[in-house]
Ligand binder design. Structure first.
Ligand SMILES: [Zn+2]
Length: 277
């Protein structure tokens, strides 16, 4: 089974210290894939510090020199993978950036090239802000040759005329009806691949993620833990649940100790030949 960690919302507003506090003791064991926003607009996202929220000003990543230096170094050392996380992330009219729009192809191309040149990396994965993607967004990333962090599904833009769509739909439906938890495979949509994220957040329940991990192990599949560095120390909304950080570390401990688990970047897991539906 393959294990990976996806962390969303690194942007101009992120400090190297925040990422070190989150992953300094994690990346010696395996890589963390960071979904990075190239030009963050200071809207309503919780990844934006409160003092900037609602100003709608745009902040390019290169304005944070310390972070750029840190990311260049740490990605070169194999500690992080860089993924594209939208372009502005927040939109003033309240719609999700990659849900719809006629500018998405340009945003994907420009955002990707900017991050690749700035950080000296090559990008294989796109993670939509707020996990929201529509038909146009999906087409934009597929045209760019990127894969999706998340599962779009039929409502999120899988082509309805495609036999492949309905074969996957049926396979996943059978898996769920049979009591299967999560989506423990990489999904091949023909023009791109998708990998489900298992949310590790203040609303998540440890037992559910542990069941998802066990399911992935049982089918020699994939498990991607999806979290945010900025909320690792936020207490769970459920009084009986560990903090977000502890929930993540429970999964990491399983990845380290379960036989047959290989821990790789999200892009490596998605591009690997095995465990593809
Ligand atoms: Zn985000």
């Amino acid at each position: 089974m393959q294990f990976c960690i996806r962390d969303d919302d690194t942007s101009f507003f992120t400090s190297p210290e925040q990422l070190e506090r989150a992953y300094g003791d994690v990346t010696p064991w395996g890589p963390v894939s960071l979904a990075v926003v190239p030009f963050h607009r200071a809207g309503t996202s919780k990844g934006v510090p409160e003092a900037h929220r609602g100003r709608w000003s745009v902040h390019a990543l290169h304005g944070n020199r310390a972070l750029v230096d840190y990311l260049r170094q740490a990605t070169a050392a194999g500690r992080y993978e860089v993924m594209l996380h939208g372009y502005h992330h927040d939109e003033p009219d309240g719609h999700w950036e990659f849900d719809r729009g006629d500018d998405l192809t340009r945003r994907v191309a420009d955002g990707r090239k900017y991050l690749e040149d700035l950080l000296g990396v090559s990008i294989r994965m796109f993670v939509p802000p707020h996990n929201a993607i529509g038909r146009e967004g999906l087409r934009a990333i597929a045209n760019a040759g990127l894969h999706l962090g998340g599962v779009a599904g039929v409502r999120g833009g899988w082509p309805r005329w495609s036999a492949r769509t309905w074969r996957l739909w049926l396979q996943l439906r059978r898996w769920r009806i049979g009591g299967g938890v999560g989506v423990p495979w990489v999904l091949d949509l023909g023009d791109h691949r998708e990998i489900a994220g298992n949310a590790v957040t203040p609303v998540s329940i440890s037992r559910v993620n542990e069941a998802g991990f066990a399911a992935a192990l049982s089918v020699d599949g994939v498990f991607c833990a999806a979290t945010h560095y900025w909320e690792l120390d936020v207490p769970s909304l459920h009084p009986d649940q560990p903090t977000v950080r502890n929930q993540l570390h429970l999964l990491i401990a399983k990845a380290k100790t379960s036989p047959g688990v290989s821990w790789r970047s999200v892009g490596d897991v998605v591009c690997a030949p095995g465990a593809v539906l």
